[in-house]
Ligand binder design. Structure first.
Ligand code: MC0
Length: 153
């Protein structure tokens, strides 16, 4: 079951400058950064809020690290902007198979590694009314980190 917005992915040309914009304009701070070589991106996760299923919601800023990455290709065509949305689920395997059974193309046979050791897959934008859609199961460590933070309040 999809229970939350995990993140909104925003493609940018210059990650550091874009992070500066989000910090100066909205006061959002970077929660996590990494390079995902498989996906060809350098990314910053700006944590917006925790959610009651133990996950969280983020803005994900994405800068390509290779000319042949999907984000580089998308930036060439569209310029900067919203690249995808991601829904959070406790079970990306089951949900992606159910959605595949409804006739939507799921891009990976098995979920792959996403930000912060999450497990991710994507749905083809042409089957989702023009929106590249990602499904995410957060790593258990991040889920428990949030749970313990909320139970202490
Ligand atoms: C492409 N299209 C999109 C789109 N990307 N539409 C909406 N949003 C997007 N982001 C459209 C194109 O405009 C085109 O439409 C058609 O889809 C085919 O696109 P293409 O430019 O020819 O590119 P393809 O077919 O080679 O690849 C598109 C595809 C690819 C969605 C399969 O981008 C993909 O595999 N994406 C999933 C992986 C990904 O995006 N990784 C980066 C984020 P027309 O009408 O012109 O035919 S990694 C990430 O986010 C991780 C780190 C995480 O969250 O943890």
């Amino acid at each position: 079951m999809l229970t939350r917005i995990d993140h909104i992915g925003i493609a940018c040309f210059d990650l550091d400058k874009t992070v500066d914009f989000y910090r100066a304009t909205y006061g959002f701070e970077v929660f996590h950064t990494e390079v995902n070589e498989e996906q060809g991106v350098r990314e910053a996760m700006l944590r917006i809020n925790g959610t009651d299923d133990g996950g969280a919601s983020y803005i994900q800023l994405l800068e390509p690290v290779r000319e042949d990455s999907t984000v580089a290709k998308w930036l060439d065509k569209n310029g900067e902007g919203v690249h995808h949305i991601a829904f959070g689920t406790a079970d990306v395997d089951t949900d992606s198979e159910e959605i595949r059974g409804r006739g939507v193309r799921v891009l990976y046979d098995e979920p792959r590694r996403g930000s912060m050791d999450s497990r991710i897959t994507f749905l083809h934008p042409k089957d989702c009314h023009g929106v590249l859609t990602e499904l995410v199961t957060a790593a258990a460590s991040h889920t428990s980190e949030y749970s313990s933070a909320t139970t202490s309040h």
